[in-house]
Design a protein around this ligand. Structure first.
Ligand code: CAA
Length: 278
């Protein structure tokens, strides 16, 4: 799918209201077939994740989550930058109390609850909250220019949106510790070799590559995708014993779907399966 092609564009009411005030959407989105593409849109601030941007992102994610025609989401910042982190200008004068009181991460939680598979298509900087947002997605496709880092240590803080935990699980504790304590970045190739990135592509085609992966996922049985994704995500956050229980429960559940009957019958009849998401 060529970047910028549009079949359906939606703008939820709440987002429309925010846009009317700011005159510009902070997150653009378009839907082509079963794939929704979301683009962070604060180029002047290198897509810094202001509370307003995160609120728009959460609202759009919730809308897409309820849309049965959408089977996979691609989240990008465009070719120049993914996101340079949480908005430092917004945080500079804040106190611990005001950070807690405004529940800074409530919107992040809303994004995290989306049940659709999400692919981060990262080009340029993915720093601080930007790296954390990419890691909150299910897969990462990077352009050759991508750089991943948790530079919070340079500004007297530490990662707060999952960086210490997700990096340690993705890279192992030693490499994660070095990144968090030095603030040094990983290139796309280094991140790929370390297991943080699924695929690396030239800047001209990284988004196409992400869409190719999204199309593949969107063609599979949707309920099986949802339950398999849930098992992998829970498994990373819990013990192997609990993860195995979730896996077994979801495995059994899938035998109540029409798609399981269709998928197995299609295999036996040597024809492609047609999935309904039921
Ligand atoms: N917040 C707010 N504004 C930001 C920003 C951020 N995280 N990152 C960049 N910007 C703004 C700059 O202030 C600048 O704005 P002005 O033109 O108004 O001055 C504009 O974006 C362009 O930035 P630079 O001129 O700095 O661009 P550069 O190419 O020279 O450097 C960069 C790029 C290395 C990414 C540099 O901008 C940078 O170091 N940014 C901060 C990265 C960072 O520390 N991120 C962590 C934030 S804290 C966090 O994310 C906490 C958490 O865990 C949730």
């Amino acid at each position: 799918m060529a970047y910028g092609m549009t079949v359906r564009r939606f703008m939820p009411f709440t987002v429309m209201k925010e846009c009317a005030m700011s005159n510009e959407a902070l997150v653009l989105y378009e839907i082509q077939g079963a794939i929704a593409t979301l683009t962070l849109n604060r180029p002047k601030a290198l897509n810094a994740l202001s509370p307003e941007l995160m609120a728009e992102l959460a609202t759009i994610m919730e809308t897409l989550d309820e849309d049965d025609t959408v089977r996979c989401i691609v989240l990008t910042g465009g070719p120049r930058v993914f996101a340079a982190g949480a908005d430092i200008k917004d945080m500079a004068e804040r106190t611990s109390t005001s950070m807690v009181e405004r529940r800074s991460f409530a919107t992040w939680e809303r994004v995290r609850k989306c049940r659709k598979p999400i692919i981060a298509a990262v080009s340029g900087y993915a720093l601080g909250g930007g790296c954390e947002l990419a890691m909150q997605c299910d897969m990462i496709v990077a352009s050759e220019t991508a750089q991943f880092g948790q530079p919070e240590i340079h500004i007297g803080i530490m990662p707060g949106a999952g960086g210490t935990q997700r990096l340690a699980r993705a890279l192992g504790p030693y490499r994660a510790m070095e990144m968090v304590l030095t603030g040094n970045m990983l290139s796309a190739r280094e991140a790929h070799a370390a297991g943080l990135v699924n695929r690396v592509a030239p800047i001209e085609s990284f988004l196409d590559e992400a869409h190719r992966l999204a199309s593949e996922i969107a063609s599979r049985a949707p309920v099986a995708i949802r339950l398999a994704r849930e098992a992998v995500r829970h498994g990373v956050e819990t013990t192997v014993r609990d993860g195995l229980e979730i896996e077994r429960r979801n495995f059994y559940l899938l035998f109540n779907t029409e798609d399981q009957k269709e998928g197995m019958q299609a295999f036996i009849e040597k024809r492609p399966a047609t999935y309904k998401g039921k």
